[in-house]
Design a protein around this ligand. Structure first.
Ligand code: SF4
Ligand code: SF4
Length: 249
């Protein structure tokens, strides 16, 4: 075990060009955040090192990732190993929870990975920024309208970057969505008309649950754009409330 103050190196992406260095105090702080999560004791109950979780894990078949390894790192409190896994491996998990259904100790490796991801975001780790950057368009749409897309958007005009693959999902998605009794979600005309009061309530939830703090940590530009949108909608809502009051008088 390292004594306090020992410097530890971990690698993200290209180990030659990008080598973050952290001291032991920071490793302890990160592990403290993981351990203090309310879900931690429920998700980790011991570990036989039997490997059943890894044998059933779909991500382990395709990536350099093993839920058994993640659980062992946490169970043995290997702070350097945990930090190292947070640089890349934890982002391979598909969150399918097959592992949790199979573990003889009732551990949830997938649930532990989720905690590690949230702590990676809280600490503004480069791995979190890189993994989440492609989702900024999704975040912007979700936060500004309340919905991301509707079936009538799944076409080449809206997703030029999908290339010829768009034709594979175009018709089937529309048919599938129509099988679900949610007509208001079928077009952008209706699915993007989120009630103003609902939007304001969602903003409050995102603020109170720390979602916006997380966003600010990993993407400050997107955070600024989104808070501008929220301010505008809150102003609109205030105006609407005043209009209602005037009408009642
Ligand atoms: S939740 Fe993650 S770790 Fe568990 S089986 Fe699925 S991909 Fe593997
Ligand atoms: S987490 Fe469970 S299934 Fe995975 S190695 Fe440990 S005891 Fe076995």
């Amino acid at each position: 075990m390292h004594s306090s103050g020992t410097r530890v190196q971990a690698f993200i992406g290209d180990p030659v060009s990008d080598v973050p260095v952290v001291d032991y105090d920071q490793l302890e702080e990160i592990f403290g955040d993981i351990q203090s999560d309310i879900r931690y004791d429920h998700e980790l109950n011991g570990c036989l090192n039997c490997g059943i979780c890894t044998a059933t894990c779909p991500a382990a078949h395709y990536y350099d990732f093993s839920p058994r390894e993640i659980v062992q790192l946490l169970w043995t409190e290997n702070l350097e190993g945990i930090y190292d896994a947070m640089q890349e491996k934890i982002w391979a998990c598909a969150q399918c929870y097959t592992c949790a259904a199979r573990c003889p100790f009732s551990n949830s490796p997938g649930g532990l990975v989720m905690i590690l991801r949230e702590v990676a975001i809280k600490h503004g780790m480069q791995s979190a920024k890189e993994v989440l950057r492609p989702f900024s368009r999704v975040m912007l749409k979700l936060i500004s309208t309340g919905n991301q897309l509707s079936p009538d958007m799944i076409n080449p005009d809206h997703f030029a970057d999908w290339g010829p693959n768009i034709s594979k999902v175009d018709a089937p998605l529309k048919i599938l969505r129509r099988a679900i009794p949610m007509p208001t979600l079928n077009t952008t005309e209706t699915s993007w008309e989120v009630n103003l009061k609902t939007s304001i309530e969602l903003y409050t939830i995102w603020e109170m649950t720390g979602v916006l703090d997380q966003l600010e940590t990993i993407d400050e530009n997107l955070f600024d754009v989104i808070t501008d949108i929220m301010d505008e909608k809150r102003d609109d809502y205030e105006d609407w409330l005043e209009e209602q009051e005037d009408e009642e008088d």
